[in-house]
Design a protein around this ligand. Structure first.
Ligand code: NAD
Length: 470
């Protein structure tokens, strides 16, 4: 592991312009366009992940304290699934799609082709540093692009492993990995990339979009926000508690689509809080600090931010911990914490928590929950635990969000068949599977008409009576 993270000199490129120019040249030399090349690159990435899964899992653990099994399941495994899914379909997606033309143009043909956008920049965050770097890359490769990856400076071990392995396994001519933070990213964003794919918080998302606007570069923004859960008295509380606890506390709460807060009807709020606490004990034992299945907070800055959201006697409405509440800054540990008696005005309800803290608020009914959610920015995901089909329909109709899960947090993330993305403040555009292929493609329209006989005579001026009647 040490040797991998130390040897990055060969692959790290800090000059944004030189990196872009090199990839631009390679794209126009047609390196990345052949379908066969795309499949080969995906196979090479598959091999890279299989042969170095141990190195990668160790790097992610060094960055986030993430259990190796979680990295295998939720990062490496998902990238492998995506590779297999898109590799088998590139030929079909990239093929000409015939389209009928207007009768006045007949005889004529119309069709579309998906062409690669060109050189794309992928800016990834630290929380799933493998998945959120490689899955966009898989879709960009499938679409025939050259890719510059800028992984997060907050997960330096993983970034170093990726910077080492990618040029070893993939065609070095068509890829670059630039390590670094805001300075390096700013330099890259000055270049006229053909697409920028950004995953991270909304503040930087806005910076990225403004920088891209200078070159009229299209962007995908995979952002975050507060994803709500609604639970009513008809729900199976045992299952709801386990699934909510899994979704909230996986990766120590640092998951973009994690349940951020629960709106529970008064008849179940306290019971649900207790059952989620029981699920926490079942998952992580009586002392989660000792559990090999529970991670740590990525940095001291994030630790301080999350710790400040915990209940305090000085802050009315900041809640009461049913479980958890313990913190240890020296190892950036925050216990899985479930809060009740939380007010909508509490600090924990003002920003995305992005840590292992779950506030449960009491709400009158489903209509009030929908109103509560719709008064706030559009969430990346919303989850509903109920047996009432009228409540499911209400949410489907009324709540606009990236994805809606009935009885299942996080599930939509784990499928190459479903587009993944946000709505409004939680993001712009989507990817995974065909959605990702299209996101990184330009759909070019083509038409063709024989020159003899020239049947366009039908539409040429002058416009006599017969033509006006057409
Ligand atoms: P981060 O701090 O790692 O930043 C993301 C990327 O932006 C990094 O590569 C970083 O170097 C770059 N960056 C940071 N400051 C910059 C600046 N001033 N100019 C240009 N680039 C800059 O990640 P983060 O923002 O802490 O990520 C957490 C957020 O991401 C949460 O809101 C979470 O919900 C969201 N997220 C969304 C998804 C999704 O798929 N929608 C996935 C993961 C995380």
């Amino acid at each position: 592991m040490t040797s991998i993270s130390e040897d990055t000199s060969k692959t790290t490129q800090t000059n944004g312009k030189a990196t872009f120019d090199r990839l631009h040249h390679m794209f126009h030399a047609d390196v990345s366009r052949p379908i066969r090349w795309r499949r080969e690159q995906l196979t090479a990435m598959e091999r890279m992940l299989r042969e170095h899964s141990g190195d990668i899992a160790r790097a992610v653990r060094a960055d986030l304290g993430k259990p190796a099994a979680e990295t295998m399941l939720m990062e490496i495994g998902l990238v492998l699934d995506e590779i297999r899914f898109v590799r088998a379909r590139i030929g079909m997606w990239a093929a000409r799609q015939p389209k009928p033309l207007h009768y006045l143009l007949q005889p004529a043909l119309g069709w579309t082709v998906a062409e690669p956008k060109g050189v794309v920049l992928v800016i990834s965050p630290w929380n799933y540093p493998v998945l959120l770097s490689l899955e966009p890359m898989v879709d960009a490769i499938a679409a025939g692009n050259c890719v510059c990856l800028k992984p997060s400076e907050l997960s330096p071990h993983t970034s170093a492993v990726l910077a080492k392995l990618i040029p070893e396994y993939l065609d070095e001519r068509a890829f670059a990995v630039v390590q670094g933070g805001p300075k390096e990213t700013t330099e890259l964003l000055e270049q006229p990339f053909n697409h920028v794919f950004y995953t991270g918080g909304g503040r930087v998302g806005s910076i990225v979009m403004q920088a891209a606007a200078k070159h009229l570069t299209p962007v995908t923004l995979e952002l975050g926000g507060k994803s709500p859960v609604f639970v009513d008295g008809t729900a199976d509380l045992n299952v709801a508690a386990r699934r909510i606890a899994w979704g909230r506390f996986i990766n120590a709460g640092q998951t973009c689509v994690a349940p951020d807060y629960v709106l529970a009807t008064a008849d179940v709020a306290q019971k649900l809080a207790e059952k989620i606490s029981e699920a926490v004990t079942r998952f992580f034992g009586a002392d989660p600090r000792q559990s090999a299945s529970f991670g740590r907070i990525v940095s001291e800055r994030h630790f301080d931010r999350i710790a400040a959201l915990l209940p305090s006697p000085d802050v009315p409405g900041s809640g009461r911990a049913v479980c958890g509440g313990e913190t240890d800054r020296s190892e950036r540990y925050i216990a899985p914490t479930v809060l009740v008696d939380v007010s909508a005005k509490a600090p924990v309800m003002q920003e995305e928590i992005f840590g292992p803290v779950l506030p449960i608020l009491t709400i009158a009914d489903a209509d009030a929950a929908v109103e509560f959610i719709n008064r706030r920015p559009r969430p990346l995901a919303a989850y509903v635990f109920t047996r009432r089909s009228s409540t499911r329909r209400l949410f489907e109709r009324e709540v606009s969000c990236g994805a809606l899960g009935f009885n299942l947090p996080l599930g939509h993330l784990i499928s190459s068949r479903l587009p993944f993305g946000g709505a409004g403040a939680s993001g712009l555009g989507s990817y995974h599977g065909k959605a990702g292929f299209l996101e990184f493609s330009h759909i070019k329209t083509m038409v063709s008409k024989p020159t003899f006989p020239d049947t366009l005579e039908l539409v040429y001026p002058p416009y006599g009576k017969a033509k006006q009647a057409l």
